[in-house]
Write a protein that binds this ligand. Structure first.
Ligand code: MEV
Length: 328
């Protein structure tokens, strides 16, 4: 039995545009997914205590199949299971152990499909725990690459390396195509608002692709997000939190234009802005889930707590620890 954990993330800038080769800057946060993998003779049994699913157990490949007890859509559960299946395929590929089975237990502080990188964190932690369980220790860069293959497969070939690299390495990272690196970041006063919902990453990414193909101005919008990221990198290097906030506001506007925001995400963004936030934007694929704001005061937290549609608001610290083994 091996337990490994990996952090979730917020996007300071660049989600969606990163799928088309623009740069993005995600930052790991101190909310982690913890995965325990135990070898068994055959089959796969998955137990999840908290993925906004009220806990579920799925057992198959010759064993009983229970439909999870869910409070989110079936497609989200199928997607969640897809990430775990593919992570296990990567474990088998990395270790050459084709015929083994696994018990997989997931405990996550990261809501599923809410823009905080739950699927990447689960895939990263599962690959680390699974390979270690079979006596193989992979470097974080290889875990990131294998977790990226998982996301690509589940998201029909439309994924960037951003979420998985960030989760495997920790801290702030910059991703542009296959070029992934860790970057310095000043202390960033992240505040997260969560509407209790989720978006379907695959469908949202496909929607942006359609717009981009249909309208030149949508393609320009994607490129403009890349420009924001490049400006944001300079603001990060200068430690200019006010400028970072302004750029986040701009980034949110462009994501809205691309159709990936929602009423509750917009409401939380505006609540944070009406508080003391330097800026606020949705994080991740959108459609529902989370926004991130920069605010060192308690104002935007309070403002969001009083906002209809906001289920939870919390402060999030940058997590400089990427994937790590917790127990064996
Ligand atoms: C999802 O967390 C981020 C997207 O940019 C998709 C991806 O990068 O794979 C929307």
């Amino acid at each position: 039995m091996v337990t490994a954990s990996a952090p979730g993330k917020v996007y300071l800038f660049g989600e969606h545009a990163v799928v088309y080769g623009e740069p993005a800057v995600p930052c790991a946060i101190e909310r982690r997914a913890t995965v325990t993998v135990t070898e068994r003779s055959d089959g796969l049994r998955v137990q999840a205590d908290d993925l906004s699913l009220n806990g579920f157990t799925v057992e198959y490949e010759g064993k009983a199949t229970d439909r999870p007890d869910i409070d989110v859509s079936e497609s989200l559960v199928d997607a969640g299971m897809g990430y775990i299946n593919e992570a296990i395929e990567q474990v088998k590929d990395a270790t050459g152990a084709e015929s083994v089975g696994f018990d997989v237990e997931i405990n996550s502080q990261i809501p599923l499909g809410a823009g905080l990188g739950s699927s990447a964190a689960v895939a990263v932690a599962a690959i680390d725990a699974g390979t270690r369980e079979l006596g193989v220790e992979l470097q974080p860069e290889e875990i990131a690459d294998r977790a990226y293959q998982v996301e690509k497969k589940v998201q029909d070939g439309e994924a960037s390396r951003a979420d998985t690299f960030c989760s495997a390495m920790g801290g702030a990272v910059r991703v542009e195509g296959d070029d992934c690196r860790q970057i310095e970041a000043p202390e960033l006063p992240f505040v997260v608002g969560y509407d209790g919902g989720a978006g379907d990453t695959g469908a949202l990414v496909a929607g942006v692709r359609r717009l981009r193909e249909q309208y030149d101005f949508a393609a320009d919008t994607v490129e403009a997000i890349g420009d924001i990221v490049r400006n944001g990198e300079q603001a990060l290097a200068d430690g200019n939190v006010e400028e970072l906030g302004r750029l986040m506001d701009f980034n949110h506007g462009l994501l809205s234009a691309l159709g990936v925001s929602s009423r509750s995400l917009d409401a939380m963004v505006w609540a944070a802005r009406n508080g003391e936030a330097h800026g606020a934007k949705l994080t991740g694929a959108g459609g529902g889930g989370c926004i991130v704001a920069l605010d060192e005061t308690a104002e935007s937290l309070t403002a969001m707590e009083y906002t209809p549609g906001c289920e939870q608001a919390f402060r999030a610290e940058l997590d400089t620890t990427g994937v790590q083994m917790e127990a064996e």
